[in-house]
Design a protein around this ligand. Structure first.
Ligand code: SAM
Length: 283
């Protein structure tokens, strides 16, 4: 099969473990493009060999990304397509790639995403959390004080939270998550698409003990998904804003709508609170 493709930067997702997870379109592009910019050319060699890739390799990692971006722009300007890959998953997602993509946009040249594996999305899809929004947080800071501070800032976030974590920090991080966020549900997605894949949903406050009980549970690559803050966590702020708006003469409905957009709280909950406040004749 031959692929008709235009001259562009193809931002191409590669597998996160199971080599069968490269898409057919991704495989065709990798087998055909004259240039492949890779985060680690040695790491990607087995995949590229398996796909029969014949393109020349260009290193594009976090230490040379700006210079690599320049070379890639030159290739594109010369009419030669380039595929950009990282070690695993989607480039630019906790991986290098964004600088290259930005440089190609800046040069007015086309960027084409070739979607595929991403550990965060794979874990979310298996989480069963009902939040309609999620916040991708990537890796938390490695220093414990900074990590706790970052988590404290997320305490009232109602979206599901998605973190990447390395095995040597998993115990500490899960402990900090529980201390800073309190009772939530945690999904521990380990070694996705690999031989020892394990996906476990459990109360966040029990997770550290569960991980500590068996060192095998601490091995491999992790995505952690934490359920969002319950809406009541924002009730205090919501009530304060509602009181101001109601005292200013707004009706319950309008006050609830404004309070919801100001605080991020749920409009229905704020409306019920507004009605209660009005009925209590405090306002
Ligand atoms: N660009 C990648 C993506 O699209 O998911 C992420 C790269 S980041 C450098 C690597 C981190 O992603 C790992 O430390 C781990 O947290 C997560 N990860 C990657 N592959 C994984 C897998 N198979 N199972 C669980 N987590 C994985």
């Amino acid at each position: 099969m031959t692929t008709e493709f235009k001259t562009a930067l193809y931002v191409l997702a590669t597998p996160i473990g199971n080599l069968g997870d490269v898409t057919r379109r991704g495989a065709e592009i990798l087998a055909t493009v004259p240039w492949i910019a890779a985060e680690d050319t040695r790491h990607s060699a087995p995949l590229l060999k398996q796909l029969g890739a014949r393109g020349k390799l260009l290193p594009a990692h976090q230490h040379n990304e700006q210079a690599a971006a320049q070379r890639i722009v030159e290739k594109l300007q010369a009419g030669e397509a380039v595929a950009l890959i990282s070690d695993a998953g989607t480039p630019g997602i906790s991986d290098p790639g964004a600088r290259v993509v930005a440089a190609v946009h800046a040069a007015g040249l086309p960027v084409v995403p070739v979607p595929g594996a991403c550990a965060a999305i794979a874990a979310l899809s298996a989480s069963g959390f009902l939040e309609e929004r999620f916040l991708f947080c990537g890796f938390l800071p490695s220093k414990s004080g900074q990590r706790q501070q970052a988590l404290a800032e997320l305490r009232h976030e109602q979206a599901a939270l998605v973190f990447y974590e390395a095995p040597h920090r998993i115990l500490e991080t899960v402990g900090d998550l529980a201390n800073e966020l309190g009772e939530r549900t945690l999904l521990v997605a380990r070694e996705l698409s690999k031989l020892y894949e394990s996906i476990v949903r459990l109360p966040l406050t029990e997770a550290q003990a569960w991980l500590a009980a068996d060192s095998n549970r601490q091995r491999g690559e992790f995505v952690l998904v934490v359920s969002g803050a319950p809406p009541s966590a924002d009730a205090g702020e919501g009530e304060r804003v509602l009181r101001v708006l109601l005292a200013d003469g707004l009706g319950s409905k309008q006050a609830a709508r404004l309070a919801a957009s100001l605080t991020g709280g749920a409009q229905k909950m704020l409306y019920e609170m507004a009605v209660r406040l009005k009925n209590s004749e405090e306002i």
